[in-house]
Design a protein around this ligand. Structure first.
Ligand code: CUA
Length: 176
């Protein structure tokens, strides 16, 4: 009887297995700390959803419903906002390959991008920067950035969205 009890209460974990479990726990803690430090000390955060929209009624939206050339505006000196609609296979405004004007700001300006999709899932990645976020129908993605270096920046769609996905891009020009 005693011997049987002892056998039941003894729960054997292999040493190697135990070490892996401990290592996984340590890694989780390290990751959690690095996310917290990145967010609090370096202000690295995920782009937040900035509201919801009805993708079938974007033309009625206060900002997305404006004519494409009015969707970039200067709010204050050096402070801009851009309301961009992603669709198969362009960004409006910004897709110069579709005859639209590039989004143009002077250097040192801060611009807030509001991006939504009117059809399916797209991506928004500004090459040469760490700006990158997903664009979903029904949701507005928002991100603010300051551009000190003049040049032409391309923003591309990084989520596969069909036949001409590779041709889906727009341009941001930062002027001297
Ligand atoms: Cu839009 Cu890929």
């Amino acid at each position: 009887m005693q011997a049987e009890q002892r056998k039941q209460s003894k729960f054997h974990v292999d040493e190697v297995e135990r070490n892996f479990v401990l290592l996984s726990i340590v890694l989780l803690i390290v990751f959690a700390i690095s996310v917290a430090v990145g967010n609090l000390a370096y202000n690295i955060g995920l782009p937040e959803p900035a509201g919801r929209v009805d993708p079938t009624k974007l033309d009625e939206h206060l900002q997305f419903g404006k004519p494409v050339e009015e969707r970039v505006r200067e709010l204050a000196p050096g402070k801009y906002e851009a309301y961009i609609i992603a669709s198969k296979w362009k960004f409006s405004p910004g897709s110069t390959n579709f005859g639209q004007k590039a989004i143009t700001i002077p250097k040192g300006s801060t611009i807030t991008f509001y991006v939504t999709s009117e059809d399916l899932q797209h991506g928004f990645k500004l090459l040469g920067t760490n700006i990158s976020f997903m664009v979903l129908p029904g949701q507005v993605s928002k991100l603010t950035a300051t551009f000190d270096d003049p040049g032409t920046y391309q923003f591309i769609c990084y989520e596969y969205c069909g036949q001409l996905h590779h041709n889906m891009y727009g341009e941001l020009i930062v002027e001297e």
